[in-house]
Design a binder for this molecule. Structure first.
Ligand SMILES: [Zn+2]
Ligand SMILES: [Zn+2]
Length: 94
């Protein structure tokens, strides 16, 4: 009986090392000169990134809400929104 092994996990972090002379926090990705004081607040850095993500999501929501719902998938369908925008652009250019 043939038994296939599960695909090896792709480890994104592998091989992505900070440049020589730099240390990296494995929690938040913050970098600092090796040997120097690397004190930082992971929570603060992560919150900053979350803020950006939140803002981007809010913007996306606003765009999607401005566009009629997808007849198939309802509101928030990105492919439909892109199609709708393309159609609107074509209509404007015509
Ligand atoms: Zn950190
Ligand atoms: Zn859709």
């Amino acid at each position: 009986m043939e038994q296939s092994n599960p695909p090896a996990l792709v480890r994104l972090s592998e091989g992505v090392r900070p440049p020589a002379g730099w240390s990296e926090c494995c929690t938040c990705g913050h970098r600092w000169r090796t040997g120097q004081h690397g004190g930082h607040s992971c929570a603060e850095k992560l919150r900053e990134e979350l803020d950006i993500t939140d803002k981007l999501l809010a913007e996306r929501e606003r765009v999607l809400r401005a566009i009629p719902e997808c007849p198939e998938h309802g509101a928030g369908c990105v492919p439909h929104a892109l199609e709708w925008i393309e159609r609107a652009k074509a209509a404007l250019a015509a």
